[in-house]
Design a protein around this ligand. Structure first.
Ligand SMILES: C[S@@+](CC[C@H](N)C(=O)[O-])C[C@H]1O[C@@H](n2cnc3c(N)ncnc32)[C@H](O)[C@@H]1O
Length: 448
C-alpha cells in the first residue's frame, strides 16, 4: 500500500510536486499526499501505487499528467462571495474610482480570479462589476478565471451550482443572478457567464503576464486561498509575477491569512475597513531589496522576451509603433495599442507580427470577428504562423464554427510536431512548442 511507502519516497515526491505545481506538502500532510497519489495513480492507469511513484520520480510530466495529479492534490473549497468583506471593498472602494477613470477612456475592466476553483469567485467578480457599473452593456468587462485542476474548470464552465455554493452569500444573489433548474440546482445568468473566460493556468509553471493567455494589464486580481498551499519560494515568485500582470494602480487581494506584507514588498499595502489589498504603484512598500518600480512592467519571467520594455508615456516620438503598441497593450491601454498597431501595419503591410498583435488586441476588446479577419491576414502573409492557427482554433470554437476550428487546430499541431519540444514559439512571450502543443491538444478535446 502507498500509505506504507517509505518517507524518502514521499519526501522526493513532495519535492517534485512543489517544483512543478508549487504545492507544499510538509511532513504532517504526507498522509494527504499519499492518499492523493494513490487516487491519481489509479486515474493514470497504474496498477500499483509505487509504480506511479517510480514513474513520477523518473519522468517528464506533461500538462495532462500534472492536471491529473492536481485533480487529486488540490483543495476545492470555495463559495459565492466568500469573505464578503473583500467583495464589499471591491464594490464600494475599488471599482467606483476605477470606473470613474475608465468611463472617460476605454470603458474596459479586466479582473482575474487566479486559482478560481469551481468558478464561484469569478462569477462573484462578474456580479460585483454588474452591480456597480451604471450601464454594464456599454462596457467591455472581462473576467479571466484560471486553475490547474481541469475538473474544477469543467464545473466552473458549466455554471450550475447547488445550495452549498451559496452558503453565507447575501440573500439577493440567487434571485437576481441565477435561474432555478428542475434538478433544484441553480444556473448562472448567461449574460454574466459571457463575461467570464475559464482556462488552465499553472501558477507555478506557466508564463505570465502574457498577451496570449490574457494575463496582461489586469485591474484587479483575486488570488485568495491559493498561495497558502504553496512553498515559500513559489509564493514569492507568484507574488512578483502577479505584480507584473497588473496595470499601474491595479490591486491584488489575497486571503487575510496569506497577506503577510513581507511577501508583497513590491506593492503598497492598503487597509480598507479591515480588508488588506496590495496596490501596484510606483511607490511601493519600503523594502531594502526592492528598487522603485517604473512603468511599464518589467519583461515577463520567461527566457525569451519579444521586445524590450518601454514606457509609452516617455517613448520618443520616433519609437517603433509595433514596440509601442505592445507596451500600450501590456498596460491595458487598448485603444492606443490598436492605433499604434495600425501605424505599424501602415508602415509595413508585409509584417505579419503587426497584424497578429492587432488581432490579439481585438480579441481582448471582444471584437472577435475583427480578430478573425486580422488573423486571416497574418496567415496570408505567413501561412506557418503557429500562434495565428492556435488563436483561430480558439476563436472559431467560441464562435461555434467547429469545422474551421478543427482545421486550424490540425495545422497548429502539424507545425508544432515538426519543432523541438523546448523550442520557443515566436511571438509567444517565451512559451515552448511542447507547452503550446499540450494547450492545442486540450483545445481539440472537450472538457472532462
Ligand atoms: C481553496 S481553492 C480557492 C478558490 C478561490 N480562490 C476561493 O478563494 O474561494 C484553491 C485553488 O487553487 C488551485 N491551485 C492549486 N495549485 C495551483 C497552481 N499551481 N496553479 C493554479 N491553480 C492552483 C486549486 O486547484 C484550487 O482550485
Amino acid at each position: 500500500m502507498i500509505t506504507t511507502l517509505d518517507t524518502t519516497m514521499l519526501g522526493e515526491v513532495s519535492d517534485l510536486i512543489a517544483e512543478r505545481m508549487g504545492l507544499h506538502f510538509p511532513e504532517e500532510r504526507w498522509p494527504d499526499l499519499a492518499r492523493g497519489l494513490k487516487a491519481a495513480g489509479e486515474d493514470l492507469g497504474f496498477e500499483y501505487p509505487d509504480a506511479c511513484i517510480s514513474w513520477l520520480r523518473s519522468g517528464e510530466l506533461t500538462t495532462r499528467q500534472i492536471e491529473t495529479l492536481a485533480s487529486h492534490l488540490t483543495v476545492g473549497e470555495t463559495c459565492f462571495f466568500r469573505d464578503l468583506a473583500s467583495f464589499e471593498a471591491l464594490e464600494r472602494e475599488i471599482l467606483p474610482p476605477l470606473i470613474a477613470r475608465r468611463s472617460e477612456a476605454g470603458r474596459t475592466l479586466r479582473l482575474w480570479s487566479a486559482g478560481c476553483c469551481t468558478g464561484e469567485e469569478a462569477y462573484s467578480l462578474a456580479i460585483a462589476c454588474t452591480r456597480v457599473l451604471p450601464d454594464p452593456g456599454a462596457w467591455n468587462v472581462s473576467i479571466l478565471a484560471t486553475d490547474i485542476n481541469p475538473k474544477f474548470l469543467a464545473k466552473a464552465d458549466a455554471g450550475i451550482y447547488s445550495d452549498w455554493s451559496f452558503r453565507g452569500a447575501p440573500g439577493w444573489l440567487r434571485e437576481r443572478f441565477f435561474f432555478p433548474r428542475q434538478d433544484k440546482n441553480l444556473a448562472i445568468d448567461p449574460t454574466l457567464k459571457n463575461l467570464v473566460h475559464f482556462g488552465y493556468l499553472n501558477l507555478a509553471e506557466d508564463a505570465y503576464p502574457s498577451l496570449h493567455n490574457h494575463t496582461n494589464a489586469m485591474d484587479v486580481i483575486f488570488c485568495r486561498n491559493v498561495l497558502m498551499y504553496f512553498t515559500p519560494g513559489h509564493q514569492r515568485r507568484v507574488a512578483e509575477a502577479l505584480h507584473r500582470c497588473l496595470v499601474e494602480g491595479g490591486c491584488l487581494l489575497v486571503n487575510p491569512a496569506e497577506a503577510s506584507a513581507s511577501l508583497f514588498p513590491m506593492f503598497a499595502m492598503e487597509d480598507i475597513g479591515g480588508v488588506i489589498l496590495y496596490r501596484k504603484t510606483s511607490q511601493p512598500n519600503r523594502h531594502e531589496s526592492w528598487p522603485a518600480i517604473v512603468l511599464p512592467a518589467p519583461a515577463p519571467p520567461v527566457p525569451v522576451a519579444p521586445t524590450p520594455p518601454i514606457t509609452p508615456t516617455t517613448a520618443p516620438p520616433r519609437e517603433d509603433p509595433l514596440v509601442l503598441g505592445r507596451a500600450y497593450a501590456n498596460q491595458g491601454r487598448l485603444d492606443e495599442a490598436l492605433a499604434s498597431c495600425r501605424d505599424a501595419i501602415e508602415a509595413d503591410r508585409t509584417n505579419p507580427v503587426a497584424q497578429f498583435l492587432y488581432a490579439t488586441i481585438c480579441q481582448e476588446l471582444g471584437r472577435l470577428e475583427e480578430a478573425v479577419g486580422a488573423l486571416g491576414k497574418v496567415l496570408y502573409l505567413d501561412q506557418d504562423f503557429i500562434l495565428a492557427h492556435h488563436a483561430l482554433g480558439g476563436l472559431y470554437k467560441r464562435l461555434d464554427r467547429q469545422k474551421e476550428s478543427r482545421r486550424h487546430i490540425a495545422v497548429a499541431l502539424k507545425l508544432l510536431s515538426a519543432r523541438g519540444r523546448d523550442e520557443i514559439v515566436s511571438e509567444s512571450d517565451g512559451m515552448t512548442c511542447g507547452r503550446l502543443m499540450e494547450s492545442v491538444r486540450a483545445m481539440a478535446e472537450p472538457m472532462p
